[in-house]
Design a binder for this molecule. Structure first.
Ligand SMILES: Cc1cc2nc3c(=O)[nH]c(=O)nc-3n(C[C@H](O)[C@H](O)[C@H](O)COP(=O)(O)OP(=O)(O)OC[C@H]3O[C@@H](n4cnc5c(N)ncnc54)[C@H](O)[C@@H]3O)c2cc1C
Length: 275
């Protein structure tokens, strides 16, 4: 495909919205800063996932409560209710239908209900899972993909690499504190993953991803760029891709997964642009 062809558009595929109360089966360390929590149970029946960025809302219990408040869902819509669950967004790292298991990779960043829960997670604990509400489907017809992520988006980066077709050119950048935080992903794509080490600098405070994306040699042909991580750090990357690289809005998906100093940042709040 060449750049003269109109870029394909992202399509949202809606799924039946369901709340599930799941039990932790296993907890493993993926890296020193990320815990993989494997949830299981028959309630996973009918769970849908199909695109790299598929994510759920984990629902956490209030302090001192054994179980989370269940969200009120009617006709596939999450309704307002007098008491709402405490929720945070997390990527579906793996779903194994036959085993009725769901893996979520949770970053330990020191504070916050999600990070604290992950730090203490052990088999037998229960947690609510709402969604995925839908999948952002982008047809895999591009000549190349530029992927860039910091830790919270590395689960989605792994999914991109695992799902992209054989032979397609992928240039990927992943920001982590140091080499011990790197991961190995399986991919059929012709992918180069470059790990960027921020050392002791706080997450979301560096311009490592921006500098890497600016310096990237992009192949000819139609491309797609996906970038996710700390919202403010991504703004100059979005500008660069659109204004300086001249990519069409349907070729760029930049998603602020969290924002420094903000609890439960809403990634739909003006930050998540395909524009
Ligand atoms: C679509 C989507 C998919 C996501 N997938 C994942 C995933 O698979 N794994 C994952 O770990 N996260 C993921 N995130 C990010 C996660 O939702 C946020 O990091 C969330 O804020 C964590 O909740 P918390 O309760 O730990 O912290 P919060 O209570 O939300 O925040 C408390 C404080 O911690 C800060 N903070 C939040 N996250 C970080 C961080 N990573 N590093 C440093 N400081 C931080 C906040 O700025 C705030 O000051 C995803 C987000 C989105 C939108």
């Amino acid at each position: 495909m060449t750049t003269e062809t109109a870029p394909p558009r992202m399509r949202i595929v809606r799924h039946p919205l369901k709340y599930r109360l799941l039990e932790v089966r296993r907890v493993t360390r993926v890296t020193p800063g990320t815990v993989r929590v494997t949830f299981g149970g028959p309630d996973l029946e009918g769970f849908c996932e199909q695109a790299p960025t598929d994510h759920v809302k984990l629902c956490f219990a209030e302090d001192g409560a054994a179980l989370p408040v269940a969200p009120v869902v009617e006709n596939d819509t999450w309704m307002d209710a007098p008491v709402e669950p405490i929720t945070r967004d997390y990527t579906v790292r793996h779903y194994r239908r036959a085993e009725q298991e769901l893996d979520i990779d949770m970053v330990l960043h020191g504070s916050g209900v999600g990070s604290s829960w992950a730090e203490a997670a052990e088999p037998g604990m229960r947690l609510g899972v709402l969604g995925p509400r839908g999948s952002e489907e982008i047809p895999f017809v591009h000549d190349w993909y530029l992927l860039a992520a910091e830790e919270t988006a590395i689960p989605a980066l792994g999914r991109w690499l695992e799902m992209l077709p054989a032979g397609v050119k992928v240039i990927a950048f992943a920001e982590v504190p140091g080499p011990e935080h790197e991961q190995v992903f399986e991919t059929a794509a012709d992918a180069t993953v470059t790990w960027l080490h921020r050392g002791d600098a706080p997450a979301g405070s560096t311009d490592l991803l921006e500098r890497a994306v600016r310096a990237a040699q992009l192949p000819p042909g139609l491309g797609f760029a996906w970038v996710a991580g700390e919202a403010n750090a991504l703004k100059p990357i979005r500008r660069h891709l659109r204004a300086e690289r001249g990519l069409d809005r349907h070729q760029v998906d930049v998603d602020g997964y969290w924002k420094r100093g903000v609890a439960n940042h809403d990634h739909h709040e003006g930050e998540h642009e395909h524009a």
